[in-house]
Design a protein around this ligand. Structure first.
Ligand SMILES: Cc1cc2nc3c(=O)[nH]c(=O)nc-3n(C[C@H](O)[C@H](O)[C@H](O)COP(=O)(O)OP(=O)(O)OC[C@H]3O[C@@H](n4cnc5c(N)ncnc54)[C@H](O)[C@@H]3O)c2cc1C
Length: 417
């Protein structure tokens, strides 16, 4: 009997799953359903499009419609899944169509959260997730002079870089004392603050948004922060996190906990239903607990692992074991990467080497689990290897801060002695 597989979502998790499913199962029926109007594109490069650095759209597409035709994969664009029936093994869409499956992959990611303040949906207040968002941001940024950025994290800084690249003078309103305060200290963040100022983006600390101000046409003209200070800006970028796209799972029995809970095989608690990508709260075998990870490489790998396991014979499932990384290249001569889990752990170490070089590492149970490198990324692969190998670093953590640290400086693992 021909197997049939349905994938909801054509981001990198869904796209990589479709590719792997076809490789693993040449004769299966495969359907990819997405509520976007275009097939898989490189979501991490749409910021370069919005900055004006990649002016053409074509290079951003990873799959065109022929890609699906050549592989005999049915692609349903502009189709929103409204609910699923796990007992009947059926997916229902907003147009009343039904898709039956033997195994289902949910790869629906998240939607940017709006600030819960007045006028947060005014014209000129942008949220950034899709190519369509990027087109609107690019058009508006091109004609704007003053900007406001909200959201002191990895996506908020993309808005700051767009302002910098488009010559928009901007204020970057942050709630705490520094950018990405969950992963950086003031020492590390200070390097980023200086780089922002060079782009004409001014960090404003202990701030945020109480409400947005609009003109009579409903166009945003500024923001008032909780201290009562008003900032002018007709271009506003808000990036304060994601709401995970799980509404259509209501009543399905699938366990959710701010995302879909899966094991290390990307399998949910409901038979024949898998999940991959940003949407998952997955069991991280290195961390030995459930975790989340909003990164491209992780979503891609999870999609491939899920697809293999959807087609695997009993007892042959592959586990997801991966150390992700997320880099920022907005600042000239100032590379930045975060890897693993830099915002959690029971211990950390950090050191500043110069005005542009800084390192912070996080640990759990004596093992390295993540970090952030600014200015010099040469040790990235060494640190990721240490995480993968789960090296016991008790009594040796400070060694990892040596400027010219090498793997050989660590004691050999117990089994090798
Ligand atoms: C501007 C920007 C810059 C980024 N930069 C980086 C970076 O530099 N490095 C990095 O590692 N990561 C970066 N990321 C994050 C990275 O892009 C994501 O982690 C990754 O794309 C997640 O892929 P995914 O397939 O899990 O989800 P998504 O890409 O979000 O795909 C989910 C898809 O499912 C669709 N969908 C949702 N609900 C339904 C439904 N009910 N029915 C049908 N379809 C549905 C959505 O419309 C979407 O197309 C960036 C993200 C953005 C937005």
């Amino acid at each position: 009997m021909t197997e049939s597989y349905v994938i909801i979502g054509d981001g990198i998790a869904g796209g990589s799953a479709a590719k792997t499913l076809r490789e693993e199962s040449p004769d299966a029926d495969i359907t990819v359903i997405t509520d976007e109007g275009e097939p898989l594109y490189n979501r991490i490069l749409i910021k370069e499009y919005a900055k004006g650095k990649i002016p053409m759209e074509d290079p951003l597409f990873l799959h065109d419609e022929e890609w699906y035709e050549e592989r005999d994969i049915a692609l349903e664009l502009n189709t929103h899944v409204t609910h699923i029936d796990p007992d009947g093994h059926v997916v229902h869409t907003h147009e009343g169509d039904d898709y039956e499956y033997d195994a289902l992959l949910v790869a629906t990611g998240g939607t940017p959260r709006q600030l819960p303040v007045d006028n947060s949906d005014a014209d000129g207040v942008h949220h950034f997730w899709t190519f369509q968002d990027a087109r609107g941001i690019a058009d508006h940024a091109e004609e704007s002079e003053k900007g406001i950025v909200v959201g002191a994290g990895l996506l908020g800084i993309d808005f700051a870089a767009i302002c910098g690249a488009r010559g928009i003078e901007a204020n970057y309103l942050m709630r705490g004392d520094c950018w990405w305060r969950y992963a950086l200290s003031e020492d590390g963040a200070g390097i980023i603050h200086d780089a922002l100022r060079e782009l004409d983006v001014e960090p404003v600390f202990q701030s945020g948004v109480d409400h947005f101000v609009t003109d009579d046409d409903g166009q945003v003209t500024g923001a008032v922060d909780p201290n009562g200070e008003e900032f002018e800006g007709e271009f506003v970028g808000v990036s304060i996190g994601l709401d995970f796209n799980t509404e259509f799972l209501r009543g399905s029995g699938i366990e959710t906990d701010d995302g879909i809970v899966v094991d290390e095989f990307m399998e949910t608690n409901v038979e024949d239903i898998y999940a991959a990508g940003d949407i998952t709260r997955f069991y991280d075998v290195i961390l030995e607990e459930h975790a989340q990870n909003g990164s491209w490489d992780s979503a891609k790998k999870q999609g491939a692992v899920a697809a293999k396991n959807m087609t695997a014979a009993d007892g042959e499932a592959e586990e997801f074991r991966h150390v992700s990384s997320y880099s920022i290249s907005h600042f000239k001569d100032l590379p930045f990467v975060s890897f693993g889990h830099p915002t959690i752990g029971d211990d950390d170490r950090e050191r500043k080497y110069s005005d542009t070089e800084w390192r912070r590492l996080t640990f759990k149970n004596g093992k390295l689990i993540g970090g952030v490198l600014i200015g010099d990324l040469k040790l990235q692969s060494v640190f990721k290897r240490i995480i993968r190998e789960e090296r016991d670093l008790e009594g040796q953590k400070d060694l990892l801060l040596e400027e010219d640290f090498e793997m050989e400086m660590l004691e050999a693992p117990a089994q090798e002695q």
